[in-house]
Design a binder for this molecule. Structure first.
Ligand code: ZN
Length: 413
């Protein structure tokens, strides 16, 4: 038992959060560092320079994931922490960046306090977590965990026409480390909650034990365009009406199913989209989430049945494309319990919880025991320049990460 307790330097962490946030900051205060753009490169180069200053050995793999290695007394699989530093176009200061820069601050605290861990500690920055420019999201960690072939990922084309592999080379982050050569002993990701659960409960800290499964679909309805005044109601094939039916059906379904089930139609476009014309076409997206795979499948099946019925009753053609599908993830119970113990030792109340958002840790969980630590987002706001987490919560979360990593790096744990 050490008779002193290392702790992080919050002023140093906060200054770096601010410096990274100021890279390509927009007029409304948004962080805009879309994956593999010049702004993302500037953010990466800045953080890599800080990682070098902290004495980390930098390795970049073939999908552009950046790893900073701090040697331990022993070789072998490292304890890893990390997150992402790409953002959406209207990003806040903390989504992703907090997990990376708090991990870096943990490394500096270990340096300052002269702590040499037994296992190595690695700080990871995963490419293209947000998936705005290149799909799918969480791509760097997915490829890292063997869930998507490297060649397939490098060939992904953005809507702006850019090829991912070309962009990676252009910004100087196409590394040479082979995928699969680094396999962590354990992985812990620290992140802001991006939801209202902790803030609503006035809770300061979450040990994330599972993560919702996600089903994204794009539904295209083809009906018949016609005069809104002269076409009798029983002779219509109204794509707009069908889109509205689907929207209310899903809302009611999620409420009826209860539990963790949520359903959202977040995008809906009609054509020709005119006041006096029955819509010929409607395109909408569906986002279904649940922590239980069988419930998520039940929701998907109920939607499929509803679409079949709608197709025949309204005389429209309905196509359904899968945009993303991830099963729910259960994190490693030993690590979750360790996080709780660390919080208890530091006399910080903590609650077990579910993540409503996707995170890199869910991909790493395929190849390594993994878990997450959450700190509150005020009012649950994220992907928005007004995203905010109180300084005391940021500091607290980083200290919990510090002691969790130290414990995991001891082979007796
Ligand atoms: Zn994030």
């Amino acid at each position: 038992m050490m008779n002193f307790r290392p702790s992080i330097n919050f002023a140093r962490l906060n200054a770096q959060l601010e410096m990274l946030a100021s890279v390509n900051r927009q007029e409304d205060g948004s962080c805009c560092r879309l994956a593999l753009t010049d702004a993302d490169r500037d953010g990466r180069d800045l953080v890599v320079s800080w990682m070098r200053d902290a004495g980390l050995e930098i390795q970049i793999d073939r999908i552009g994931n950046i790893f900073g290695v701090r040697a331990g007394h022993e070789a072998g699989p490292p304890v890893m922490t990390g997150s992402h530093i790409d953002t959406v176009a209207t990003g806040g200061r903390y989504d992703g960046a907090y997990g990376v820069l708090a991990g870096l601050e943990v490394i500096r605290a270990l340096n300052d306090f002269g702590v040499k861990t037994k296992r190595p500690i690695v700080l990871g920055i995963f490419t293209n977590e947000e998936g705005v420019r290149f799909q799918p999201d969480m791509m760097g960690s997915l490829v890292f965990a063997g869930g998507m072939a490297l060649d397939e990922a490098l060939a992904v084309r953005a809507e702006d026409g850019a090829i991912l592999g070309d962009e990676l080379a252009r910004i100087g982050h196409a590394g040479s480390i082979e995928i699969g050569s680094l396999r962590p002993h354990a992985f812990v990701e620290l992140h802001i909650e991006q939801g209202p659960v902790l803030d609503r409960a006035n809770a300061r800290l979450g040990a994330v034990e599972n993560l919702q499964g996600i089903s994204w679909k794009r539904i295209t309805i083809r009906g018949t365009s016609n005069h809104a005044g002269t076409t009798p109601m029983n002779l219509r094939h109204d794509a707009g009406y069908c889109a509205a039916r689907i929207t209310t059906f899903l809302h009611d379904l999620a409420k009826k199913m209860g539990g963790s089930q949520v359903a959202t139609v977040g995008s809906l476009t009609l054509a020709p989209n005119l006041v006096n014309v029955i819509a010929r076409k409607a395109v909408l997206t569906v986002d279904l989430r649940n922590t239980a795979e069988e419930k998520l499948q039940e929701a998907e099946n109920r939607l499929d049945e509803m679409l079949d019925e709608l197709q025949s009753s309204e005389g429209v053609a309905i196509d359904c494309a899968v945009l993303a599908r991830f099963s729910p993830v259960v994190f490693d119970d030993r690590i979750v319990a360790l996080i709780e113990n660390v919080a208890r030792e530091l006399q910080q109340p903590i609650r077990r919880m579910t993540s409503g958002a996707g995170h890199d840790a869910q991909m790493i969980a395929r190849i390594s025991p993994a878990a997450m630590i959450f700190v509150p987002s005020v009012a649950g706001v994220s992907h928005n320049p007004s995203e905010f987490t109180r300084p005391e919560d940021l500091e607290n979360g980083a200290n919990i990460l510090l002691h969790t990593l130290v414990k995991l790096s001891d082979p007796t744990n």
